[in-house]
Design a protein around this ligand. Structure first.
Ligand code: HEC
Ligand code: HEC
Ligand code: HEC
Ligand code: HEC
Length: 363
């Protein structure tokens, strides 16, 4: 009797233990991974070319990628702004209503709310005294240039000031040439621009400024893999290979994807094994160089010193400036479709001649 009670107590305790263990396991599995991480297959079956989608970390990114309210469309009628105002040099193709709409949109996208129009203007609207107005004029040209000449990258989605600025006077993601750190290794030699875990390259010890070589100049050393088995054919150094990897980590982090979004890791170099996204990225690299060298660098003397980097260089664009953690900026939502004024020059038809007075009205 006694031993029976004992064994049934043990039995019950065991069952309870099992239930608790099972409960714990359910908690552990569901608690750690809720909502579940999904994986999307991007290449051929069986190649593990997958993109992981984690709804929890994505929620914060999604919150940053909301599109602002659209200003009502402007009437296509009315005189050109350039005939009404005295110092319109770029938006000559817009009528007054469209021109005013661009001013309102730029105020919403770029200027601090407490400054509004006065962020770029003095009381004389035609004056170019504020550097912000001079920069903004060039940025309007840049946006139209991207939307007309870089369709290979931005497609029909296009860009507006908001794609980079998101309500900030200076976009949150810009880069300056990094002059290098003081020696962190304990050795006498400098750190040769690497071996210092840096955010720009995903906290790895890869070269922390892969941008100056690859996103400013047209430097073909980005390609580092040999096309043949002989060492003579490949002059790329270990350092440039590391810089390429640094840039690739930046690209992956900027888009919130991993390497297999673009590459089949069997061969990083082979284009025929890569996804079409890699081609879009190829044009992206060229577009970023164009933006930096033709638009931002020439603006350097226009900026006040406090906006420049340690070496006196202007803030420049990389993939994160527009993408901000998402494979298509703002999840591919086009703001541009609502702002034809920034898609390129608008061509206004001359107004139709007034109809001749009819006989019934003429007498
Ligand atoms: C981010 C900078 C910026 C902001 C903010 C801004 N503007 Fe402008 N504004 C410009 C630029 C650049 C031009 C010149 C455009 C050109 O040359 O085609 C301009 C020109 C003008 C002109 C023509 C002046 C003349 O006589 O030539 C008017 C009027 C004007 N803006 C009104 C406004 C109003 C009203 C606001 C606020 C709702 C505003 N702007 C906000 C940059 C800005
Ligand atoms: C969004 C697309 C994209 C992602 C993600 C990406 N790459 Fe690349 N990768 C490219 C493009 C485009 C090139 C070719 C650049 C050029 O020729 O200008 C390239 C080139 C390379 C090369 C040089 C190939 C050669 O010809 O020598 C290597 C190595 C490489 N990537 C590795 C990686 C690694 C590792 C990752 C992940 C950390 C990665 N890539 C993520 C687009 C991508
Ligand atoms: C491709 C990204 C990009 C786009 C698109 C863009 N900008 Fe910029 N803008 C920049 C960068 C980068 C800087 C910062 C340069 C620096 O501070 O050294 C900047 C700086 C500015 C500044 C100076 C801010 C300050 O206080 O010093 C103004 C004004 C400005 N942009 C207006 C505009 C307007 C207006 C548009 C749309 C017509 C626009 N930008 C579109 C990248 C962009
Ligand atoms: C001036 C803003 C801007 C910059 C800077 C930029 N992109 Fe993009 N990118 C876009 C836009 C807009 C799209 C969406 C195009 C579309 O909808 O077809 C896009 C799309 C892409 C895509 C296609 C994604 C898909 O799933 O189809 C890739 C890959 C990409 N960008 C890579 C890059 C890389 C790599 C860089 C840096 C070298 C870069 N981008 C810099 C604006 C930008």
């Amino acid at each position: 009797m006694k031993s029976d009670t004992f064994s049934s107590t043990v039995q019950r305790a065991r069952e309870a233990g099992l239930v608790i263990a099972a409960f714990g396991m359910v908690c552990a599995i569901s608690g750690c991974e809720r909502p579940p991480v999904e994986s999307l297959q991007g290449g051929y079956r069986g190649l593990a070319m997958t993109t992981l989608i984690n709804p929890r970390s994505d929620a914060a990114i999604a919150a940053k990628n909301q599109v602002p309210a659209v200003i009502p469309a402007a009437s296509p009628d009315g005189p050109l702004a350039s005939t009404v105002y005295s110092n319109v040099r770029v938006l000559k193709d817009l009528n007054v209503a469209e021109f005013t709409r661009v001013m309102l949109a730029m105020t919403q996208w770029v200027a601090p709310p407490d400054q509004s129009c006065s962020y770029c203007h003095t009381s004389d609207m035609s004056s170019d005294d504020k550097y912000t107005k001079v920069v903004a004029r060039r940025m309007i040209q840049m946006v139209r240039h991207i939307n007309t000449h870089w369709k290979d990258h931005v497609g029909k989605t296009g860009v507006t000031c908001y794609t980079c600025h998101r309500g900030n006077v200076v976009p949150q993601q810009v880069w300056f040439t990094d002059p290098g750190r003081s020696n962190t290794s304990g050795f006498i030699a400098g750190n040769a621009g690497q071996n210092a875990p840096a955010k720009s390259v995903g906290i790895t010890s890869l070269p922390y400024d892969p941008f100056t070589h690859y996103l400013l100049t047209d430097d073909n050393t980005l390609r580092v893999i040999s096309n043949d088995a002989l060492p003579d054919g490949n002059r790329a150094s270990t350092k440039s290979a590391e810089e390429t990897y640094g840039l690739m980590i930046h690209i992956s982090e900027a888009l919130g994807v991993n390497c297999t979004y673009c590459h089949n890791t069997r061969s990083f170099a082979a284009w025929d094994a890569s996804t079409p996204k890699r081609t879009t990225a190829y044009y992206g690299i060229r577009m970023v160089r164009d933006i930096n060298t033709d638009y931002l660098v020439p603006l350097t003397p226009t900026f006040p010193a406090h906006r420049l980097g340690i070496l006196g260089d202007v803030g420049k664009v990389n993939c994160a400036t527009c993408h901000q953690g998402v494979f298509k900026p703002l999840y591919g939502e086009s703001i541009l479709k609502d702002y034809p004024e920034l898609a390129g020059e608008m061509h206004h038809e001359p107004p139709p001649p007034a109809p001749p007075p009819t006989a019934s009205l003429a007498h």
